[in-house]
Design a binder for this molecule. Structure first.
Ligand code: DC
Length: 227
């Protein structure tokens, strides 16, 4: 197939719950294959943060929709507000706005266009999120669902916060993560779940390099066959 003519480049869809390691894997896979990378969680975080900055409640559907429609996704991908977007406040607000259908609809086109025309002339795209394999790119060449036990994920996140010198307790990190994951997995629209044709990679007993090697193996095979 002439990819250029069809406007169809290979897409690697990576989904999974928070702190599963999917973001690091997505970045490394994109580097490995020379593809563009989009961390779609950042878009939801940016909407959540914009609602908070407007002094509104992230569960307020009208306020969240307005923020999503006003969002400049390119600025987000270029690093605007990167530190603020990483905060727990932004992540909790993101999980609330992400449950609002009009917000998801407003962010969909940008994500699909990223797959069709990856930036910087790249010949493929890696997207990570919760609904990439199910909704954003149901025809993705490779679909990975990265997961790990809740305690393992909370311990990884806790270690990360400690290394950044932030105040936190393991119990609070675990409770926050479980609340967020429950909301992401139980919402009616585009909940966190593996696509039927996703390969599930459980990283509970893998370190970052082992998880990366496993994913490169799966992705290389699928990219070679285009399946
Ligand atoms: O991956 P993350 O923690 O940065 O995501 C932030 C929130 O956005 C998370 O609660 C789930 C939501 N999200 C989503 O609903 N769909 C996506 N494709 C990506 C993120």
């Amino acid at each position: 197939m002439d990819n250029k003519e069809e406007g169809l480049y290979p897409v690697i869809a990576i989904d999974g719950p928070s702190a599963s390691g999917k973001g690091t894997l997505a970045r490394r896979l994109a580097e490995h294959f020379g593809f563009a990378w989009l961390d779609t969680g950042l878009l939801y975080r940016a909407v959540g943060l914009a609602v908070l900055r407007a002094g509104k409640d992230p569960s307020d559907a009208a306020a969240a929709q307005a923020a999503a429609e006003a969002l400049d996704p390119v600025a987000v991908t270029k690093g605007v507000d990167r530190e603020a977007l990483r905060s727990d406040e932004a992540s909790m607000a993101a999980s609330k706005v992400a449950a609002i259908p009009a917000v998801r609809a407003a962010l969909l086109k940008f994500q699909r266009d990223f797959c069709l025309t990856p930036p910087e002339g790249k010949k493929g795209a890696v997207l990570d999120g919760r609904d990439i394999g199910t909704v954003v790119a149901p025809d993705a060449t490779v679909k990975l669902f990265i997961t790990a036990g809740a305690e393992t994920r909370a311990a990884r996140r806790f270690k990360e916060l400690q290394e950044r010198g932030q105040d936190a307790t393991y119990a609070a990190v675990l409770a926050d993560m479980q609340a967020r994951d429950a909301r992401d997995a139980e919402r009616a629209l585009a909940p966190t779940k593996p696509a039927r044709d996703a390969v599930i990679v459980d990283t509970t007993s893998l370190d970052a390099d082992q998880a990366f090697e496993a994913c490169v193996g799966i992705a290389s095979k699928a990219l070679a066959t285009g399946a």
